[in-house]
Ligand binder design. Structure first.
Ligand SMILES: CC(C)(COP(=O)(O)OP(=O)(O)OC[C@H]1O[C@@H](n2cnc3c(N)ncnc32)[C@H](O)[C@@H]1OP(=O)(O)O)[C@@H](O)C(=O)NCCC(=O)NCCS
Length: 174
């Protein structure tokens, strides 16, 4: 399996992949494929953080990290949102999702980002070092259980003394 940056020629295949991966998921609006289309055209987009996992020329997984901010009055801290991640059903449970997460972290760190925030399943992401944003005094702007709001520091103490509310790009709300 190879993980590489997504190119525009991949957009169609990635669209289908996301649609089918989320098809039977419960906690979703089944519109993640459209979210990705909007984010690619937004200021939050970092092309190097839009990654595909490929096996023999077939795209089997996708992950996207986009820029967000943690706001506390006049203070702003740049971070990244992980959304979405998707692996084709027939390839799930083989560690591909985990490898995509780790590679996205590595690349993000290389680009100078120091944290990633997400809304996701409380049993999956802690395997990769994620902990509740609540422990950091950071809140997501959604009405969801605390246990689903998670973050990881890519560099030690990246979010020390940082508290506030996460501001997502408007593309998340359309
Ligand atoms: C979530 C997803 C990307 C994980 O990819 P993957 O390649 O199957 O994950 P990995 O093989 O790295 O990890 C598999 C492990 O995670 C667990 N896992 C996978 N998806 C999970 C989920 N939604 N909730 C809880 N645990 C999950 C598996 O049980 C397995 O556990 P184990 O290692 O203890 O056996 C994939 O299942 C997927 O595309 N799901 C549909 C889309 C989705 O829900 N995306 C996430 C939105 S928060």
């Amino acid at each position: 399996m190879n993980i590489r940056k997504e190119e525009s020629r991949d957009y169609k295949e990635v669209f289908k992949l996301i649609k089918s991966a989320f098809e039977n998921e419960e906690y979703t609006d089944h519109k993640e494929q459209f979210l990705v289309e909007r984010l690619r055209n937004s200021e939050a987009f970092v092309p190097e953080l839009s990654l595909v996992a490929e096996i023999d020329g077939e795209i089997v997984g996708y992950i996207l990290l986009t820029k967000i901010r943690i706001i506390n009055n006049d203070l702003q801290k740049t971070s990244l949102a992980l959304a979405p991640i998707a692996v084709l059903k027939k390839h799930q449970g083989k560690g591909i999702g985990g490898k995509l997460i780790q590679e996205s972290h590595r690349k993000a760190k290389e680009l100078g980002f120091d944290s990633v925030i997400l809304l996701g399943h409380e049993k999956y992401y802690p395997k990769f070092g994620y902990a509740m944003t609540k422990n950091y005094g950071i809140k997501l702007p959604f009405e969801v259980p605390d246990e689903n709001c998670m973050l990881i520091e890519l560099t030690e103490n990246a979010l020390k003394n940082i508290t506030g509310i996460v501001e997502y790009p408007k593309e998340f709300y359309e």
